[in-house]
Design a binder for this molecule. Structure first.
Ligand code: URA
Length: 483
């Protein structure tokens, strides 16, 4: 434990708190080696009760600190990292930016590289939360006792590695806009009201009180339900059960509609998607390829398993830098039990060969694991999976993503792209771009190789070249990310 003799400022664990303090320090000319910015939650120093900042240094003071946008964007993400040293790091970089505006582009600089690493860790944590948070439905009673009504409330408890709830909320507000839900984490809780389309913030559930899966409902009923239900707010229960520092931001005092400007919900967003809370009880919790592969044959998450010969799991390098995601197995794959071995697979192989790449060094899978077809005589004719089937299978794809952790994901065709980028994804408009999905940091969508087989004349060559260009881009991104 430090004795608190050094000059130090305590920062509440929020970006805005750091920003305010950092601007003040730069304006007063206080260099990072003169002061320690410590995270309030990790500060074990004894407070000595006197001013903890050195005297301003007018010779170095900067009235209008430069805060370049790229730094600000990065800093907002880094601020969510759990590393208590983040505030000092951010301040050092901000200070250095005053004499070198381009610092943030120097990827080899130790401070910048550390920020980039933290940024990647926070984003990865966010993708995992989007993919693996599970809601549980609770029937809630509202209104005066006499005329009580009931309504559904979806509750989830999730333990992220970093303080990412504010970053995660817009995704859930958009996807589950018509549902009433609450997400509890160890540092905060957010509750979405579909009628007002607002988020209310409340205290977290300390790790020591973390509920087991089957305790979540009773915890909600006995305590948290009242926090987010102003009609039933029981502040006495809050005071007695929760350390004061966890309830300073009572939800009804702290409604932040602005947070959701980016999530201005398209209510039309596929009701199918809304219903498809990303859950599939057949997917094991352990996300390693052998465990997932062993469990897949038992999946009955939708009806496609019935007529298919078998479920087709992904194939390739376990920690491949590039993951290719097709639509669903075709006739040949359904019989062979491995992806992309039929005619479309031959096109893919040829493109990969021409690029001088190596398919075994990639991981290849499908958005949907069973072959969907209609029988015409002896032939089985491919049918595209619908959004419900894609959604039912998505947990398998997300679990594979979690196991492989590729640097970049290439979606071959619209079904794979819709699975990772949403139902509104438009292939011809957005192919060939590096995009961020809620589930993966770098996603490139391209044409499905079977489109080359179906095309005629010049368009055959054009589509082929599109796929080739897009795979070449994926290689460049993977190499850049690995260096
Ligand atoms: N088409 C796909 O999308 N996947 C396969 O595995 C085969 C054909």
């Amino acid at each position: 434990m430090s004795l608190g003799l050094a000059f130090r400022v305590r920062i509440a664990p929020e970006f805005a708190a750091w920003r305010e303090e950092a601007r003040r320090l730069v304006r007063e000319g206080i260099a990072p080696d003169e002061i320690e910015l410590v995270d309030e939650e990790h500060d074990t120093a004894l407070s000595l009760g006197f001013a903890l900042s050195p005297a301003p240094n007018p010779a170095r003071a900067i009235a209008q600190p430069a805060v370049p946008r790229p730094f600000l964007d990065l800093a907002e993400i880094v601020a969510c990292h759990s590393d208590p040293g983040r505030w000092q790091l951010l301040y050092r970089v901000l200070w250095r930016l005053q004499s070198d505006r381009s610092l943030i582009r120097h990827e080899l600089d130790d401070d910048v590289a550390r920020m980039r690493r933290m940024d990647a860790q926070v984003r990865r944590d966010l993708h995992k939360m989007h993919a693996f948070l599970r809601f549980r439905m609770v029937t809630e009673h509202t209104g005066a006792e006499a005329g009580e009504q009931s309504r559904e409330h979806y509750i989830a408890w999730y333990r992220p590695d970093h303080r990412i709830l504010p970053l995660a909320v817009p995704f859930f507000a958009e996807r589950f806009a018509v549902m009433r839900w609450t997400i509890l984490t160890d540092h905060a809780a957010a509750s979405w009201d579909p009628e007002t389309r607002r988020v209310a913030w409340g205290p977290g559930v300390p790790r020591s009180q973390a509920p087991q899966e089957d305790e979540l409902e009773s915890m909600w009923r006995s305590y948290y339900g009242s926090i987010f239900n102003p009609a039933r707010l029981n502040t006495r229960a809050m005071r007695s059960e929760m350390p004061v520092r966890y309830w300073t931001n009572l939800p009804e005092l702290n409604i932040l509609p602005q947070l959701l400007t980016t999530a201005e919900s398209r209510v039309g967003t596929m009701i199918e998607q809304q219903n498809s809370l990303p859950t599939n009880t057949y997917v094991p919790e352990t996300h390693t390829l052998p465990v997932l592969r062993a469990a897949l044959p038992r999946c009955e998450g939708c009806d496609l398993y019935k007529p298919a010969t078998q479920a087709v799991f992904g194939a390739g390098l376990a920690h491949a830098p590039i993951m290719l995601v097709g639509e669903q197995p075709g006739d040949a794959e359904d019989r062979a039990g491995t992806p992309f071995v039929g005619p479309a697979g031959k096109v893919l192989d040829q493109i990969i060969d021409e690029l001088g790449s190596n398919r075994p060094a990639m991981y290849v899978t499908n958005a949907v694991k069973h072959f969907k077809f209609v029988e015409r005589g002896k032939r089985r004719i491919h049918e595209s999976p619908n959004l419900r089937e894609i959604a039912a299978c998505r947990p398998w794809l997300l679990a594979e993503l979690d196991a492989v952790q590729p640097k970049v994901v290439v979606c071959l065709g619209a079904s794979a792209a819709k699975s990772l980028l949403g139902a509104k994804f438009a292939l011809m408009k957005d192919r060939g771009k590096v995009m961020e999905s809620p589930y993966a940091q770098r996603v490139i969508a391209t044409i499905h190789p079977s489109a080359v087989l179906r095309a005629e004349g010049d368009s055959k060559r054009v589509l082929y070249e599109f796929i080739k260009q897009d795979l070449a881009l994926a290689e460049q991104v993977a190499i850049r990310e690995a260096s």
